[in-house]
Design a protein around this ligand. Structure first.
Ligand code: CA2
Length: 148
């Protein structure tokens, strides 16, 4: 447990992840964002943790959500979608709050286009899980609940 005793995790999903389950099932599977959030809730609760789930298609709103985790959460799971490959602002926000972070990608970004191979977030994350489908979120929550 953290010094403050906080047992809450923030689950952040970025642009277009609200479309999961509606198109491109060959890449992302059939599960929806609601399925992912439920998986995180159930996994966290089994370890005595709670979660706050947040999704936005807007970079600044994602930065604000990360800032709000300071004092409110003990760790962050983030799939920043395409912003992972472009956003220094999200990287700075994650580094700024100083919480344990797990970066998740549903697809194996390394088997895809080269522009998806680099993530600005990986170097400020404690763990990175790619290509495990939505199970990656379960693994990320388990990692954080064991570590905190
Ligand atoms: O594999 C992942 O989790 C990604 O973060 C998903 C992002 C993509 O830009 C990253 O490179 C890898 C895309 C989000 C989902 O986009 C959809 C678009 C249409 C239909 C369903 C999902």
């Amino acid at each position: 447990m953290t010094a403050s005793g906080c047992k809450n995790l923030l689950i952040v999903n970025g642009p277009n992840l609200n479309l999961l389950g509606t198109r491109e099932p060959h890449i992302y599977g059939a599960s929806t964002l609601a399925d992912i959030e439920q998986l995180c809730i159930v996994t966290a609760e089994s370890q005595g943790f709670t979660v706050d789930c947040f999704q936005s298609n807007h970079e600044g709103d994602l930065v604000d959500a990360i800032h709000s985790a300071a004092g409110d959460a003990a760790g962050i799971v983030i799939n920043a979608g395409a912003y992972s490959h472009t956003s220094i602002a999200l990287r700075d926000a994650l580094a700024g709050v100083g919480l344990p972070v797990v970066e998740v990608h549903v697809s194996n970004v390394h088997k895809r286009e080269e522009f998806r191979h680099f993530s600005y977030l990986s170097a400020v994350s404690d763990a990175v899980i790619v290509g495990a489908g939505i199970s990656g979120y379960r693994m990320a929550v388990e990692y954080l609940t064991e570590r905190i």
